[in-house]
Design a protein around this ligand. Structure first.
Ligand SMILES: [Zn+2]
Ligand SMILES: [Zn+2]
Ligand SMILES: [Zn+2]
Length: 145
């Protein structure tokens, strides 16, 4: 795991530092997303004197470098997620249990076509995150209501 994470940082031209690796390890061990403060709590077990700003900065660097996915949550807070799948895909984000699942549907072809046909432009990149309730959370909602 550690080797894979190192390789991933290197292929993205990101400097490999012990703190960056530890952040990736923390997030790779999670089935879902974490907020900066949760990552910080877990990091303090290994780096006793690490400050929250350092965690924030490293999370931002890793997200900007493309190794972490930044989740703009409907609760307006920022979260981060690590996905081992390096192919182009999108995510289904459970707003209740914080689980993230890969989606194979993209839809970019149709959007690119519309941009080309109606706007006479072309798409450079796109962002798509889908929010909802996962199967488990949908079921517990039905039972409790
Ligand atoms: Zn859920
Ligand atoms: Zn993914
Ligand atoms: Zn796509």
């Amino acid at each position: 795991m550690d080797r894979d994470l190192k390789t991933r940082l290197k292929t993205l031209n990101l400097k490999v530092t012990p703190k960056r690796l530890a952040i990736l390890e923390v997030l790779a061990a999670e089935p879902g997303y974490l907020g900066p403060e949760e990552v910080w709590q877990k990091m303090k077990k290994r780096f006793k004197s690490i400050g929250l700003p350092t965690v924030y900065r490293n999370l931002e660097d890793l997200a900007n470098g493309g190794v972490l996915i930044k989740i703009i949550h409907p609760d307006r807070k920022l979260y981060y997620y690590f996905c081992g799948n390096t192919g182009h895909h999108h995510h289904f984000i459970c707003v209740s249990c914080k689980k993230v699942e890969d989606l194979s549907f993209c839809g970019a072809d149709e959007i690119e076509k519309e941009v080309r046909d109606s706007l006479k432009g072309h798409v450079v990149s796109h962002l798509l995150q889908v929010y909802g309730l996962c199967e488990d959370c949908s079921l517990s909602k039905t039972i409790s209501s």
